[in-house]
Design a protein around this ligand. Structure first.
Ligand code: APR
Length: 307
């Protein structure tokens, strides 16, 4: 059985464990600094497995010994947003948490592939790569599946079609400058621009950009976790099952899309080795300019990093 460690057993970490345990893909280890909490959630999940019919082992811990030899480490530890906060406001607090978590996890699982969720996502992925001295194949950030799923959900609601028919692609940094690619999005092969009037499409694009903030505003005590966790589970599955699945995710770019030296949301192919390939769309000038603006923002935030 493969082994997946989830660091941060809060809302997103625990929900990721839930989605993954149901799929019977790997034994799971939940790590958190809160005493008893990861152990309690792990035991609760173990007690759900007879009902679900899954034979995975779930362990909770406040340390890293139990994480030894993990195939994948998912990092969700960190502070979530409160109403009025931007993802960048989390930078200082989450820098310390990510640094410690990556150093500790690597001591016990030197070959693991890392999937990062902690915000500000593109910058925390960059930090984790530098701290862990990881090759880009072994570190990917989750943002694009979530942002694209939000757009897909809004389109499906608007048109009354199955979510399975809706394909949307949101690229760029995980923030207000993200770039929903309407020209490349479609419903059962029909371009989105032919399915929706421009004002409705623009409204969906705007709602997608602010999708995380909409949930923060409603919850008031934290940020979204069901959809982020579902996205993490999809990435874990794609890697463990060597699916060669193409999904939007944050990857370290080495010239693709005209960008170098930053983590940035692009379509990537995921398989057993982690990041197998960055897929490049042919973009028009307007799309390229929107991506450039988003990349500039990620670069500015990296400059604020204390490493
Ligand atoms: N090591 C392990 N766990 C930690 C550490 C640490 N050093 N510091 C904090 N944690 C744990 C907290 O105890 C908490 O249980 O991380 C968990 C985070 O869970 P939540 O507060 O429920 O936050 P969540 O909604 O899951 O979001 C986590 O993902 O979307 C991003 O911006 C969000 O950065 C945030 C992260």
């Amino acid at each position: 059985m493969s082994k997946v460690t989830i660091i941060g057993a809060g809302q997103t970490g625990a929900t990721t464990a839930h989605w993954l345990a149901e799929r019977e893909l790997a034994d799971l280890v939940l790590v958190d600094i809160v005493e008893g909490m990861p152990q309690g959630k792990a035991l609760d999940l173990m007690e759900a497995m007879p009902v679900i019919g899954s034979d995975v082992k779930v362990t909770g811990s406040n340390g890293y010994e139990e994480t030894a030899d993990s195939d994948i480490v998912v990092l969700t530890a960190g502070l979530p947003r409160k109403p009025g906060m931007s993802r960048d406001d989390l930078l200082a607090a989450n820098t310390k948490i990510v640094r410690t978590a990556v150093e500790n996890a690597l001591k016990y699982s030197p070959e693991a592939i890392f999937i990062i969720l902690t915000n500000p996502l593109d910058v925390m992925s960059y930090l984790a790569m530098k701290v862990g001295n990881l090759p880009r194949e072994r570190i990917i950030g989750q943002a694009g599946i979530l942002d694209s799923a939000r757009m897909r959900a809004f389109v499906a609601m608007e048109l009354g079609v199955s979510v399975q028919n809706v394909h949307c692609y949101v690229l760029g940094g995980h923030g207000d400058n993200m770039v929903p690619l309407t020209r490349h999005s479609n419903v059962a092969g029909v371009p989105l621009v032919d399915m929706l009037p421009p004002d409705r499409l623009e409204a969906i694009v705007e709602r997608t950009r602010k999708g995380g903030g909409e949930i923060v505003g409603l919850l008031k005590t934290g940020s979204a976790f069901y959809a982020p966790a579902a996205a993490l589970a999809q990435m874990v599955e794609a890697i463990l099952l060597d699916r060669h699945l193409v999904v939007p995710a944050s990857a370290y770019l080495e010239g693709e899309y005209g960008q170098e030296g930053i983590f940035f949301g692009v379509p990537v192919q995921l398989g057993r080795g982690g990041l197998e390939k960055v897929i490049e769309y042919k973009l028009n000038d307007e799309e390229q300019a929107a991506l450039q603006k988003s990349a500039d923002h990620v670069r500015q935030t990296i400059k604020k990093l204390d490493i």
